[in-house]
Design a protein. Sequence first.
Length: 185
Amino acid sequence: MSTKPDASPLGKAQNDLYFRPEDEKAFRLAQLIMLLEITSSSKINPNIDRLGALDFFSANPFLVIGETDSEFRHLVLAGFSVKPLTYASPGHRFITRRSRLQNDLAMLVAYGLAKASTSKGHRVYIITDSGREISEQLTSVYADAYRASAEVVSKRIEKVPDTKLQEKCRDWLKADPAMMDLYDL
């Protein structure tokens, strides 16, 4: 019995065909450090729930921003596509990403790129000077697009009170409330 991965007609292992950047820890940490830089400059101190929403919707802005919104064209020009690149539903992708968030934040804190603090009775996460230096070194077309998206999305999410955030996320995800309740989100 062979232990080699199944080869595709293109000669690549099947796992390589379904590569998703968000499955790579370094990619997620880079997004998260850029997001913390945006929230810092916007004077937003996100708790874990708000950070989870910001994280997911910044990477998937067209779940929040519609074609008639003034920011739509700006995000298209920045490089975002209205067509999803995955077959998984937005609700499932949100839950998967949210489940990784605490571990990713813990890594940023352990590396000294972010720190945990408290604000209004909630644990919040703030970028450190070292984190800001690393974030400034992320200079790709995608990094610029992600930052543009995070700025737009953070303005929308900032307006949603904590008590309504879960409901608003469900609306944007067009998710089955039972599925979200199942995962306590």
